[in-house]
Design a protein around this ligand. Structure first.
Ligand code: F6P
Length: 329
């Protein structure tokens, strides 16, 4: 098989580990891997990764020493052209012309939507890997990059807590997650934040202010509030303004972590996930599967139909929302 491999959408720590797993599993299995640079955009522009001999074929050595590196050696992009039929037809034509008979895209929901559209015109098989810090795809316990993003947020929270405590302030820390509260909720729990504003639950400002007044009365001198960028009331600055207008009893400051969360060495959980998923994607193609994403459920690799993976945003576990409330004393 000649397998095309690319990353698309926002980068995520562990994408390189996934690339390595795909290449090593495929080459060992007697297949050829064509690395496509810059996602769907690079595919349309026929921008292929070249090995040390200058050939558009990824060798075992092309992926040496990348397991621990953040970002993606194949680069990535967002590609509006793939939203149109003309772009989808052109991408299929490029794949066919280069004899690429299967594809492994690594990315989030936009990447899956692109693959679904492409598969209307492309005769080859496509099996995608979930690579996004957002952890918003259904059917997998986690997406590649999520654990590292949480770890980065928690590291920042520990530092913010020091200054929050010294000045007896409330800090609103904004984390990524366009439609998802996963990073906000998990980091809130792991970093000891008192409150998480997430799109999955209503953010009730008067109720939060009441909770803050009660905390202050119990002698709590500092508060960390995690805010998912996709919260229905807006980002951390919007919520800060609303808190102040509603009588927040603490002085407030905002920290926006932004793209920091997308960089850095992947933590071991993301590396293991990426290795497992990358090699399983190759196995799925070998077995003739297509039109699905690979995921991990209860430690075991699974195939998830694309429709199911993106049918809704992966909902945060309600028991963890309750756990956070119980811990915020
Ligand atoms: O999809 C991952 C993500 O990091 C989201 O959490 C965030 O909203 C978005 O990408 C930011 O994208 P960009 O880097 O294109 O601004």
């Amino acid at each position: 098989m000649r397998i095309g491999l690319f990353c698309s959408g926002g980068d995520a720590p562990g994408m390189n580990a996934c690339i390595r797993a795909v290449v090593r599993a495929a080459v060992t299995g007697g297949h050829e891997v064509v690395g496509i640079r810059r996602g769907y955009q690079g595919l349309l522009e026929e921008d292929f990764h070249r090995n040390a001999q200058g050939q558009p074929r990824m060798t075992l050595r092309c992926v040496s020493n990348i397991l621990q590196r953040g970002g993606t050696i194949l680069h990535t992009s967002r590609c509006p052209t793939m939203l149109q039929e003309e772009g989808q037809r052109r991408a299929a034509e490029v794949l066919q012309r280069h004899g690429i008979d299967a594809l492994i895209p690594i990315g989030g929901d936009g990447t899956i939507r692109g693959a679904m559209a492409l598969s209307r015109f492309y005769a080859g098989r496509i099996v995608s890997c979930p690579g996004t810090i957002d952890n918003d795809l259904c059917g997998t316990d986690a997406t590649i990059g999520f654990y590292t993003a949480v770890s980065t947020a928690v590291e920042a929270m520990d530092k913010v807590r020091d200054t929050a405590e010294s000045h007896e302030r409330l800090f609103l820390i904004e984390v990524m997650g366009r439609h998802s509260g996963y990073i906000a909720l998990y980091s809130a729990l792991a970093g000891g934040a008192e409150i998480a504003c997430i799109p999955e639950t209503p953010t009730d400002i008067p109720a939060i202010v009441e909770q803050l007044i009660a905390m202050k009365a119990r002698g709590k001198t500092s508060v960390l509030m995690m805010v998912a960028e996709g919260d229905e009331l807006g980002g951390a600055y919007d919520i800060q303004r609303l808190l102040e207008q509603n009588g927040c009893p603490y002085g407030t400051r905002v920290v926006v972590l932004g793209h920091l969360q997308r960089g850095g060495c992947p933590v071991p959980e993301d590396r293991l996930l990426a290795l497992q998923l990358g090699s399983y994607a190759v196995e799925c193609l070998e077995q003739g599967h297509s039109g699905c994403m690979v995921g991990v459920r209860n430690g075991r690799p699974v195939r998830v139909p694309w429709e199911e993976a993106i049918a809704q945003h992966h909902l945060v576990p309600p028991e963890l929302v309750r756990l956070l409330e119980a811990m915020a004393r």
